[in-house]
Design a protein around this ligand. Structure first.
Ligand SMILES: C[S@@+](CC[C@H](N)C(=O)[O-])C[C@H]1O[C@@H](n2cnc3c(N)ncnc32)[C@H](O)[C@@H]1O
Length: 233
């Protein structure tokens, strides 16, 4: 049985270096591990999940693809299921950015010994980028992928020190220019729309405490508009 990934999962799998041993944390269905093995990208994959039900689902799919000898399933939280240097790449996809940073923070030694970390946060992407940079990771790639009407962000990092020239990069990514121009423009236009809605909301329910938030959002909006202008040049 072959495996056809969705656009989001395919883009995540595309970030894996050929030959790398991989751990897919929060694997759920196990599609990425199966794809990496079936396509001879990885020699060995660990598929981890904190919940038994998704792990059983992955195990069933792994069995149906005759890959029980090359994909090891492990029950447990985050990177705690790994030994240092057991894999080269870790993937954490489909979780919130705050949870992802918590999982890295709980297993710093393991994370700092990886070659590549591939994240696909569903929310709090800026907070995850900031966490990574403040905790000795370099953001190597920021990839956008559209599936249905949603634009997903993929962050590829490695251990190292990164200098921050402009904090807006936490919001829009450090490498937005490397994405197809129309997609990058659509992504920023969505950020502008959301920022305007938030500003409208705060203005309607103005209170003393919301003044700082309003100022911050207006500043962010101005920066997003500058990024959009650069992309449209
Ligand atoms: C929304 S699914 C994402 C599945 C897959 N990675 C994807 O992107 O399609 C999130 C999965 O993460 C698992 N999960 C949640 N918290 C976790 C943790 N602390 N450690 C490992 N897995 C976790 C859940 O059980 C669930 O299977």
């Amino acid at each position: 049985m072959g495996i056809k990934l969705t656009a989001r999962l395919q883009k995540i799998a595309d970030q894996v270096t050929i030959g790398h041993r991989v751990a897919d944390i929060g694997t759920d269905h196990g599609y990425i591990p199966i794809y990496l093995l079936k396509n001879n990208i990885s020699p060995f994959v660990i598929a981890g999940d904190i919940n038994e039900r998704p792990l059983r689902c992955a195990e069933n799919n792994i069995e149906a693809n005759n890959l029980v000898n090359s994909i090891e399933t492990r029950l447990g939280s985050g990177l705690s299921i790994l030994q240092p240097k057991e894999v080269d790449t870790v993937i954490v996809a489909g979780m919130g950015g705050l949870l992802i940073s918590e999982l890295i923070d709980n297993s710093k030694e393991i994370a700092q010994n990886l070659s590549t970390l591939i994240f696909q946060p569903m929310q709090a992407q800026a907070e995850l980028r900031e966490y990574l940079v403040n905790n000795d990771f370099i953001i190597e790639r920021d990839i956008l992928v559209k599936e249905d009407r949603h634009i997903y962000e993929i962050i590829v990092a490695k251990p190292g020190k990164q200098e921050i020239l402009d904090p807006i990069c936490y919001e829009v990514g450090f490498h937005i220019n490397s994405n197809p121009r129309p997609l990058a423009i659509e992504f920023i236009a969505k950020k502008i729309k959301t920022a305007k809605e938030i500003i409208q909301n705060i203005s309607e329910n103005a209170s003393e405490s919301s003044f700082e938030k309003l100022k911050e959002m207006k500043n962010k909006l101005k920066r997003f508009e500058e990024v959009l202008l650069c992309l449209q040049r």
